[in-house]
Design a protein around this ligand. Structure first.
Ligand code: BTN
Length: 249
């Protein structure tokens, strides 16, 4: 049976209070396309809630997720203290939407770098993951950012949170991300993909690295380059989706 989660639907009139209002206020101020903001104290997955509603130009935001979803069927730990949200947009080349999301996160946190396709790292550790999905006529961009949430012991070799590097609150990180995302989305719609791609490429530490990419069709290893359509090129092959492992230099 489908569990029901308490949901707050907030409009530009900011019909809310407390922390829900603070996040919604930032979202409406910075995202010019935004029509509705849904707030959940706890929810299964904001991507799942976004799928359920037909609307585009909405943001689904959770304080905590019980079944946060990662790429490639993995789980995304979503304890209190992190940012977990999904944005619904009209269909567009999905890779470009997730790439501008990773770019927006990376550009809003000093020193952050991108690992192809859209992990964002501080040092060698991941603090942000992005899950793009398509549902009917809309693209769903799900973004998870570890800010002050505890990193579970079993993930400490791969994951970190922003608070290990900077004293930034969730509100401040959300403010920075939404401002950058709005600008980058407008730039994408205005046709300047090339400029966005160059900025993504400059921040992407996968370029020039020796990598192994694992896909359902098999594995390929070699020095990585990126193609403008978002694929990784390894050993002469273009790969659009897969698990990319950085091998030792
Ligand atoms: C990854 O594996 O790197 C992608 C992680 C994406 C996590 C976010 S949190 C908000 C949204 N809701 C989900 O269930 N997943 C995405």
């Amino acid at each position: 049976m489908q569990e029901s989660f308490s949901e707050l639907r907030i409009t530009r009139e900011l019909n809310a209070e407390g922390i829900a209002k603070s996040f919604a206020e930032i979202a409406f101020r910075n995202l010019s396309f935004l029509e509705e903001f849904y707030y959940y104290e706890v929810v299964d997955s904001t991507n799942e809630r976004a799928k359920e509603k037909c609307r585009r130009f909405c943001l689904f935001f959770a304080n905590r997720q019980t079944e946060g979803k990662g790429r490639l069927g993995r789980r995304w730990f979503s304890d209190e203290g992190g940012l977990y949200f999904s944005i619904t947009l009209p269909l567009y080349e999905s890779a470009k939407l997730t790439m501008i999301s990773a770019l927006s996160v990376a550009e809003s946190i000093p020193g952050a770098r991108i690992k192809w396709p859209n992990d964002v790292l501080l040092g060698d550790l991941k603090f942000c993951g992005i899950l793009g999905e398509i549902s009917g006529e809309k693209a769903i961009i799900g973004i998870g950012i570890n800010v002050e949430n505890e990193i579970p012991d079993e993930l400490r070799d791969y994951a970190t949170n922003i608070s290990r590097f900077y004293k930034l609150s969730g509100l401040e990180v959300f403010e920075r991300f939404t401002r950058d995302f709005n600008d980058n989305y407008a730039e994408l719609l205005s046709g300047n993909w090339s400029g966005l791609f160059q900025r993504y490429r400059e921040l992407c530490i996968t370029v020039g690295r020796n990598v192994r990419v694992i896909t359902p069709a098999g594995e390929v290893s070699g020095i990585a380059e990126l193609s403008e359509d978002g694929a990784i090129i390894v050993g002469g092959q273009k790969i659009y989706a897969g698990d990319c492992i950085h091998l030792r230099h």
